[in-house]
Design a protein around this ligand. Sequence first.
Ligand SMILES: Nc1ncnc2c1ncn2[C@@H]1O[C@H](COP(=O)(O)OP(=O)(O)O)[C@@H](O)[C@H]1O
Ligand SMILES: [Mg+2]
Length: 267
Amino acid sequence: MSAGHARLIAIASGKGGVGKTWFAITLAHALARAGKRILLFDGDLGLANVDIQLGLLPAADLSAVVSGSMRLAEVARPYPPGGFEILPGRSGSGALAALPPVVFERLLAGLNGLGERYDIVLLDLAAGLDRSTRRMAGAVDTLLVLATDEPGSLTDAYAVLKLNAADRGTADARVVVNQAPSRGAGERTYETLVRACRNFLGIEPPLAGVVRRDERVREAIRRQCLLLTRHPASHAGADVEAMLPGLLEPAEHDTSHSSAAGRRLAG
Ligand SMILES: Nc1ncnc2c1ncn2[C@@H]1O[C@H](COP(=O)(O)OP(=O)(O)O)[C@@H](O)[C@H]1O
Ligand SMILES: [Mg+2]
């Protein structure tokens, strides 16, 4: 990351429904509370999840950027309850995959040029691995791959890490285990995933953190509230906040030789 560039952090998963959008929103909020200038970009153009989870009705969305009538910085809107800004996706129709490459490149360039306004741009990527999602994941500084202990989620998280390694070698990719029954169980889930990565891909993506399963997440989403505001003492909220120091550290150059967390768990 050079001066004048916002750091781009994308949140990906193979499988949908693992908590990507909720995690992206909560991480945006936690980072904003830590004093960072944050833009949360809803990169899941098919479903516009961020708006729905927060109950927003944006006046303009990414389609204005795609059509060329507005610039990224004009479409971003403040979200005062969270102290961060949101770039709404496009509800209803059209996935990133449908964008012509030239439009897509313009979008990426626009995101890269937001460094004056933001310290970090968080991207909530679509589930799955279509060409544009993959391209988007390949353009960020840090990729956070969300997994749960469900077999389908682990397999899909592995597939994302594999593609990312193929596209970018040892670029900074890290694992977040969400909805873990306990910290220990989450670390075991990570261990299962990283063992497969080590054996079959020769990489060792570090653990960014474990977020415990917490009923208050569902409750906050139902009320379209931010978890850290509605339940300041929840386990899941504390787990997201505990991730910040590690996340804000500069990325290690070579994730194939493991981070401290990776080494500790590799045993
Ligand atoms: N840590 C957690 N504890 C409990 N439930 C969670 C947690 N994270 C996510 N969920 C549940 O998972 C559901 C799906 O989350 P969502 O953010 O929409 O996933 P995705 O964007 O990956 O499809 C949420 O409605 C919420 O009920
Ligand atoms: Mg989502």
